[in-house]
Design a protein around this ligand. Structure first.
Ligand code: ASP
Length: 595
């Protein structure tokens, strides 16, 4: 038997027991005549003592131990002497007196210490990911991920869903990102696309009569990376037949409640529900952080007569002038305020107007442009009191104002300490919301065309379908999102299941009949054979786990993630390939040009 116990599991109840342990040397302390090591395995640390007066034969081997050597130790569990217990350690009341030591394998000096207390540059962590993953925090993140995924599987299994795998080598699915392409050796000049999602296959499974499908599935999107994006990421993909929106929302919400109760011990309240329009008006974003107030206020009423050019821009057709109020921040140092102005500009605003409210009046660089009425009305309209700092953005495009203030609000709320630290099991820590009633289209000004906010298979509300050709901006979709604490966690919709309507939608997107047939003909053809009404959703597993783990970046909950530039420092991917591999694929490389 290689081992009798796991290091981190030993307790005082094991006192006197002979044990065999395997693990890594976490730390080693030489006290002359006695060497202590902390031995680490998946369950945690335990102190092992080599006392050379008790076990002289171990001296040579114990003195040779270094960090991260992989060893096997036999010995006896004993209580630590009074005054030497370690409360920070679950095994801190006992230690193992070693009677034998076997070095299973030695370790080179690690490039960084395997513990929680050292900041290590991320490139180095990723290059030596197998060492980084030895750290307790990373181990518990992966274990949490496993617990969440198991709970999700249990939920869908218990609710009549069938897990079905869908192809990885397939055709493009339009989720709005660039595809990863794979050249097809047997079909020179043709390419598979890696799925951006299994969207079309899950709809085909509904046509196939599967009724309730789910899959924990890898998806691939070639897009600019951020803290919540990876080129390959994992989605919980769900689709249901004979449902309307409320059915999908109820099942999905029940799933989240089960997972949160089982894994985090939190009994979630019912999710808040906001329409897209309300979310934008109040929070400037469709992924609001609802753990604090600081809502956007509309100043157009108070600035009706404004003579100030900057504010006038916000009152043009399609424009907006709105504010957020930073409570008790009126005394913010000028340097920090300037940084806020820069942040607003980086987010696309022409500028940011700030006004500090005091009992004796307003203090602001634009003070002289404000009339007496405005001096009085502005703080009232913004709901600001003496001591507060008002931040105002005005722009001829309301989207710009919302985007800038919405994203500053999400960041500042956390930064200014408006989000209290809470335990995982505290339901107040988790502000889930459904966002519903999205517009179907958005205008791509650069391309001068209408594009889908969700994907082109998203259903349309019956009362707005007639605007499809005449006024696309008025068309509302049957889409819904879930947001949690400022992150978008899931997107889904009731789908179109009528071939004629699907064709109209594709036409409204500027996709010709021929192109539609070439790209999605297989779905349109399937709709000729009695497709059931259906709908679904796809929550992001990486985001769910990152939030549950309290991490700011999904890379912390993915075993082998890629960097911000979509590279893997561990394997060196992506990498050039041999000339004969290219030859077999009928590919020739152009010299790299400007990207
Ligand atoms: N396929 C969509 C996505 O990946 C989700 C859905 O509509 O179910 O975002």
């Amino acid at each position: 038997m290689m081992r009798s116990h796991r290091c981190g599991d030993l307790r005082t109840t094991d006192e006197g027991a002979p044990v065999a342990l395997c693990g890594w040397v976490h730390t080693r302390r030489d006290h002359g005549g006695v060497i202590f090591i902390d031995l680490r395995d998946v369950a945690g640390l335990v102190q092992v003592v080599f006392n050379f007066s008790e076990a002289p034969a171990l001296q040579g081997a114990a003195e040779g131990l270094r960090s991260e050597f992989c060893v096997r130790v036999e010995g006896e569990v004993r209580r630590r002497k009074e005054g030497t217990t370690n409360e920070a350690l679950a095994t801190g009341e006992i230690e193992v007196a070693a009677t034998s030591l076997e070095v299973l394998s030695v370790s080179a000096t690690p490039p960084f210490q395997v513990d929680e207390h050292h900041d290590v540059e991320e490139m180095l962590r990723l290059k030596y990911r197998y060492l980084d993953l030895r750290r307790t925090r990373m181990q518990s993140n992966l274990q949490l991920r496993h617990a969440i995924v198991s709970s999700i599987r249990r939920f869908y299994d218990a609710h009549g869903f069938t897990e079905v795998e869908t192809p990885m080598l397939t055709r493009a699915t339009p989720e709005g990102a660039r595809d990863y392409l794979v050249p097809a050796r047997l079909h020179p000049g043709s390419f598979y696309a890696l799925p951006q999602s299994p969207q079309l296959f899950k709809q085909l499974l509904m046509v196939a009569g599967l009724d309730r499908y789910y899959q924990i599935v890898r998806c691939f999107r070639d897009e600019d990376l951020r803290a919540d994006r990876q080129p390959d990421f994992t989605q919980l993909d769900v689709e249901m037949s004979f449902v309307d929106r409320e059915d999908v929302l109820a099942v999905t919400e029940a799933m989240f409640k089960q997972v949160w109760a089982e894994v985090l011990g939190a009994e979630l309240q019912d999710f808040v529900r906001l329409t897209f329009a309300e979310s934008m008006a109040r929070f400037g974003t469709d992924k609001p952080d609802l753990r604090f107030g600081m809502e956007l206020t509309d100043l157009s009423g108070a600035l009706q007569q404004t003579e100030f050019r900057v504010f006038q821009a916000g009152k043009e057709e399609g424009g907006a002038v709105k504010a957020i109020v930073l409570g008790s921040q009126g005394g913010m140092p000028r340097k920090q305020i300037d940084a806020l102005v820069e942040e607003a500009k980086a987010l696309g605003a022409g500028g940011l107007v700030w006004i500090a409210v005091a009992d004796e009046g307003l203090r602001s660089p634009v003070e002289k442009f404000l009339s007496e009425d405005e001096h009085r009305e502005l703080p009232r309209a913004a709901a600001a009191k003496a001591g507060d700092l008002i931040l105002i953005v005005a722009d001829g495009h309301a989207e710009v104002v919302d985007r800038v203030l919405g994203s500053m609000r999400n960041r500042l709320g956390k930064h200014l300490g408006l989000v209290p630290e809470r335990a995982r099991a505290d339901p107040e820590a988790w502000k889930f919301a459904w966002i519903v009633d999205f517009p179907w289209f958005e205008r791509d000004e650069a391309a001068g065309a209408w594009t889908a906010i969700h994907h082109p298979f998203t259903g349309i509300t019956p009362d707005t379908v007639d605007y499809l050709e005449s006024a696309p901006e008025k068309v509302l979709s049957k889409a819904y999102d879930i947001t949690l604490n400022g992150w978008e966690l899931a997107s889904g919709s009731i789908r179109i299941h009528d071939r004629a309507l699907q064709e109209r939608v594709l036409a409204a997107l500027g996709i010709s009949k021929e192109e539609a047939q070439a790209r999605f003909g297989f779905l349109l053809d399937a709709f000729a054979f009695g497709p059931p009404p259906h709908g679904g959703i796809a929550p992001g597993i990486d985001r769910i786990v990152a939030l549950a783990a309290g991490e700011d970046n999904i890379r912390e909950v993915i075993a082998f993630p890629k960097t911000q530039s979509a590279a893997d420092p561990l394997t060196g991917a992506p990498a050039p390939v041999d000339a004969d591999q290219l030859e077999a694929l009928h590919l020739a490389l152009k010299p790299p040009g400007p990207t």
